[in-house]
Design a protein around this ligand. Structure first.
Ligand code: 8YV
Length: 322
């Protein structure tokens, strides 16, 4: 019993996940869901064999270098791993895993919600209703755009991007995408490949961002690239805020370079997002809830546990990223 590996769980996870974790590990839980600062995290890690964090905990090269030698693994409760310096983890031989696949459906739902919300002015409509400002109806009232039959551009046609493509086909959208390399025909399922981001942006009506944040993608959607989009086009982001240059997007939305945006992720989230977004009617804003469903949050936790079980059996975990 006492020699079960100790797992430091940084945030409050679903009850079913915490219960399952206790079958094979000694969990150190955070029932009040307090956000630990780095010093506190490092202190708690002194007694841990592994850490099960969320994207809210940063593991910079410096933090990883200071992790006690006892910590063998960082088994993330997230698919994105931009909060972990993977190279530093490799150097220190700390295994890092993530939770792919299980959040693709939930995130694709939010991408569709953002598309529809931005296209049909859902945010404005909601505000009008809640503020009792609905005084009249006219043929010109709250006229938005349709997504049906439009050209959807997917930037990063990985697991989530492919599910979004499948859902969007239900709206008769034609699918375009950019990846470093084209997918094989069965995965592309008829989607048109563009070998440059610029080529993709010029060919579409709706852009959905699904590439991870990295040095290669930081600020990718900048002023010059946004200017390539059609003035009627819509941008949605369920990936990471870092892929977008906020000043450029806010200006594009104000000046009509693009028509609307739907955002679930932000630079500076949760409390230091670009203030310009809040002022605009043509953005539909959600607070990073891509994977926030009961089903998915359980599945993410179980997947992280499977990775930990493999690691402590001395096996290769299914979702190793470093
Ligand atoms: C998660 C996410 O909620 O998994 C990811 O990468 O962005 C989110 O959907 C979050 O990261 C949990 O740590």
């Amino acid at each position: 019993m006492t020699d079960k590996p100790v797992v430091l769980v940084t945030r409050k996870l679903p009850d079913a996940v915490e219960k399952k974790l206790a079958q094979d590990f000694t969990p150190v839980l955070n029932p009040d869901d307090r956000l630990y600062d780095t010093e506190e995290l490092l202190q708690l890690a002194e007694n841990a064999d592994a850490i099960l964090p969320c994207h809210t905990e940063r593991f910079s090269a410096e933090t990883i270098a200071r992790l006690p030698a006892r910590v063998k693994a960082i088994a993330n409760f997230s698919v994105g791993v931009d909060h972990v310096d993977l190279e530093a983890a490799r150097q220190k031989q700390v295994i890092v895993t993530n939770t792919p696949d299980v959040l693709s459906d939930a995130t694709a739902e939010i991408a569709m919600l953002l598309m529809l919300g931005a296209a049909r002015r859902a945010s404005e409509g909601e505000r009008i209703m809640r503020n009792q400002q609905w005084k009249d109806w006219s043929p010109a009232f709250m006229v938005g755009r349709q997504i049906t039959g439009k050209r959807l551009g997917i930037l990063g046609m990985g697991r989530v991007g492919q599910v979004v493509a499948a859902r969007a086909r239900g709206f008769d959208m034609t699918i375009h995408y950019h990846n470093r390399k084209p997918l094989d025909a069965s995965q592309a399922a008829g989607a048109e490949y563009h070998d440059s981001v610029e080529g993709l942006l010029a060919a579409i009506d709706v852009l959905s961002i699904h590439c991870p944040a990295s040095d290669a993608t930081r600020g990718l959607l900048n002023r010059e690239r946004l200017a390539l989009m059609h003035p009627d086009s819509i941008l949605v982001n369920t990936s990471r805020g870092a892929v977008v240059d906020d000043d450029a997007l806010v200006n594009a939305l104000i000046s009509g370079v693009i028509a609307a945006a739907g955002l679930d992720v932000y630079n500076g989230e949760p409390d230091a997002i670009h203030p310009g977004y809040r002022e605009l009617d043509n953005v539909f804003l959600l607070p990073h809830i891509g994977s926030a469903t009961v089903e998915t949050r359980d599945a993410m936790g179980f997947r992280a546990i499977d990775n930990l079980i493999a690691i402590f059996k001395g096996e290769q975990p299914g979702d190793r990223v470093a």
